[in-house]
Design a protein around this ligand. Structure first.
Ligand code: ADP
Ligand code: ADP
Length: 228
């Protein structure tokens, strides 16, 4: 059974702009997927629907076989984490430790479990050093690490990265790719939107091509990039 199963997903923004026009896809547990397509193709809207930030009036999303509705949306959000392009819009707390602990605290986990998860996530991202610093004063690359630590502390089964290297300098982009390789070795299902074809080729097992709100191609990097 796929971890995510999406059928005939449509999404129209409040201003009448159609962003998804019939997306159907099965995603299996542990897959490493690159999502490509030009600006405005619907990649971000797709991600936001998948993790329940946006909810569509038309179409169906199943998570491990269960249809997502308003009542179980919380479950979906817990298991599907997004690392947004702009870390500043995602960071809310006044220290790195509080920021990374925010999600687990919201799950109402016991205090010791929250501390354990935050320690683990900070160590995984190699940012224990600045646990007491205010996240807003960190560099772009450091902020990115904090937002990834947020998701790791949540133990999300699916991790989505929306153009993770877009705002980073080459050194930080390289650092990020190392983190992605490390994450890839775990059981996690990972989706990454990117304009970097070389990266998609190196990293992904499967590539989805979005165009005008639809998935127009779905295959291995070899299949997808040979045709282009
Ligand atoms: P909604 O329109 O569904 O309430 P938002 O609250 O996200 O969606 O956006 C509010 C308004 O901002 C939209 O109606 C639209 O006019 C504008 N907007 C934001 N982002 C975009 C975009 N990428 N393209 C076009 N319009 C946008
Ligand atoms: P991508 O991530 O591939 O660049 P998006 O999902 O952001 O694509 O955009 C899909 C379509 O929806 C585009 O036409 C875009 O302008 C529009 N759009 C995105 N966000 C909004 C919004 N908040 N309000 C209105 N239209 C939007």
């Amino acid at each position: 059974e796929p971890i995510l199963s999406i059928r005939d997903l449509y999404y129209v923004y409040g201003n009448g702009q159609a962003a998804l026009e019939g997306v159907s896809i099965d995603i299996n547990e542990g897959e490493k997927i690159a999502v490509i397509g030009s600006n405005g193709a619907g990649k971000s809207t797709f991600f936001l629907n998948v993790n329940g930030v946006l909810t569509s009036k038309s179409g169906e999303i199943r998570y491990r076989g269960t249809i997502i509705n308003k009542k179980n949306l919380k479950e979906l959000r817990k298991n599907i984490g997004i690392v947004f392009q702009d870390a500043d819009n995602q960071i809310i707390a006044s220290t790195v430790r509080a920021e990374v602990g925010f999600g687990p605290m919201n799950l109402k986990l016991p205090q010791e479990e929250v501390i354990r998860r935050v320690d683990e996530a900070l160590a995984y991202m190699n940012i224990l050093d600045f646990e007491d610093r205010p996240p807003h004063y960190l560099s772009g690359g450091e902020k990115k690490k904090v937002t990834i630590a947020d998701i790791i502390a949540m133990k999300s089964e699916i991790i989505i990265f929306d153009e993770p290297t877009a705002a980073l300098d080459p050194l930080n982009a390289e650092m990020l790719e190392e983190i992605l390789s490390k994450l890839s070795m775990e059981e996690k299902t990972i989706l990454i939107s990117t304009h970097d074809v070389d990266f998609a080729y190196r990293w992904a097992q499967r590539v989805l091509v979005f165009c005008q709100g639809k998935i127009i191609a779905d295959g291995t990097p070899l299949e997808i990039f040979q045709e282009e």
